[in-house]
Design a binder for this molecule. Structure first.
Ligand SMILES: *Cc1c(COP(=O)(O)O)cnc(C)c1O
Length: 384
């Protein structure tokens, strides 16, 4: 039997461990010099003016909603094929997520459908760079400009990807990232918001620290105890030792992205001749960051459904996964927003066909070969 191959896994090397140890021996455990350094290096990497580090990708989305001043009853357009946190962040601000369907070929939000969902309460669109492929930010930007909306990119999958030569993180009003261990780089838990807007950057900083205008390090430097809480904020701070880990990981990101793209290219070649598998389409003028490699089953050629293929792949010891259950089908959204099957037919159809294969930068060639041969074996078994 093959050894178990997870769908994603972090890489921690000796230099990461040393970087964290150095901070643990210093005076700053929470907000300290490494937070600012990580923010600066990250902003420089993606080509944004400001980066604000927070405690998770979910906190980053919540902070982005706050920065945009999403108020009770405001509507925000979101795609159904994403992690629930994308929509939850709207609800945290008592706003209403409005689900707008995805394109079949890419599972990215379909720009042609967005305008149907606009009302006088619509404030923003959150686009998700699903699997690591950037959405069409030219078209989304035009729609937003026409209707006075903000565009947020949930780029949790897409650190290092590019749209027409511009890095994700520098394209939209706000972009959010996650540093969960399965993502491109990790801080254990952690997230980042990037923007070119100084007012948004200030609001993000206040929001992550209880709505207080100065942090304890600034007060120590000023020799002052006085502070003001100007708005309702949260403790969404990230620690200094997490940012030391993030800095150390960021240095290896270019090499890791290259490895992810290499593995994806091998999967593409291996599966291109299999009629039962439709690959997701890579659109023009994109650099794909390949957080996920997703195969779509073509039911015309198979006498098994997705769940049977999924179980057979798990029996081969592949840590396959499903990204995602359409968010509007979760009981919470059915109950609170009245969503139901039929609302986003493309998402619902594709959900029944998708499987994410193992893909992470630390995968060996042998593991990649094992995935390819196991997929071939299972597909052959169920081929009509
Ligand atoms: C990982 C992820 C998040 C949430 O990030 P956390 O750091 O786990 O809070 C949000 N959106 C998408 C699309 C993600 O993949």
């Amino acid at each position: 039997m093959n050894e178990f191959i997870p769908y994603g896994h972090q890489t921690i090397e000796e230099e990461d461990i040393q970087a964290v140890l150095e901070v643990l021996r210093s005076d700053w455990l929470t907000t300290g010099p490494k937070v600012e350094l990580f923010e600066n290096k990250f902003a420089e990497y993606v080509g944004a003016k400001y980066a604000v580090a927070v405690s998770s990708g979910t906190a980053a989305l919540h902070a982005a909603m706050y920065a945009l001043n999403i108020l009770p009853g405001d509507e925000v357009i979101v795609p159904p094929i994403t992690f629930a946190a994308t929509a939850n962040a709207v609800v945290f601000q008592r706003g209403k997520p409005v689900f707008s369907d995805v394109q079949k070929e890419t599972l990215l939000i379909d720009p042609r459908l967005i305008e149907r969902h606009l009302t006088s309460r619509t404030k923003a669109v959150v686009a998700v760079d699903y699997a690591g492929q950037p959405c069409d930010y030219d078209i989304l930007g035009e729609i937003a400009a026409r209707h006075g909306l903000a565009v947020v990119a949930d780029a949790s999958h897409a650190l290092g990807s590019e749209f027409k030569g511009r890095k994700t993180g520098s394209i939209t009003d706000l972009t959010t990232f996650s540093f969960h261990p399965v993502k491109h780089i990790t801080t254990g838990e952690g997230g980042m918001v990037t923007t070119d807007n100084p007012e948004y950057a200030e609001r993000l900083r206040v929001f992550r620290n209880h709505g207080i205008t100065t942090d304890h390090r600034q007060r120590a430097q000023q020799g002052s105890w006085y502070y003001e809480m100007v708005d309702l904020g949260y403790n969404y701070r990230i620690t200094d030792f997490q940012c030391a880990l993030g800095l150390s990981q960021l240095r290896r990101l270019p090499a890791w992205l290259g490895r992810r793209q290499e593995i994806a290219a091998r999967y593409d070649r291996a599966f291109s001749g299999i009629a039962a598998l439709d690959p997701l389409v890579l659109l023009d003028r994109r650099t794909h960051a390949y957080h996920l490699y997703v195969i779509c089953l073509n039911p015309d050629y198979l006498n098994a459904d997705r769940n049977q293929v999924f179980s057979a792949l798990r029996e081969e010891n592949l840590g396959v996964n499903i990204h995602y259950i359409p968010v509007h089908l979760h009981p919470f959204y059915r109950r609170e927003c009245g969503t139901k099957p039929g609302l986003c037919p493309v998402a619902e159809e594709m959900y029944e066909r998708i499987i994410s294969l193992p893909l992470f930068h630390g995968m060996t060639d042998k593991q990649v070969d094992t995935v390819i041969s196991s997929v071939n074996k299972v597909i052959n078994r169920f081929f009509k």
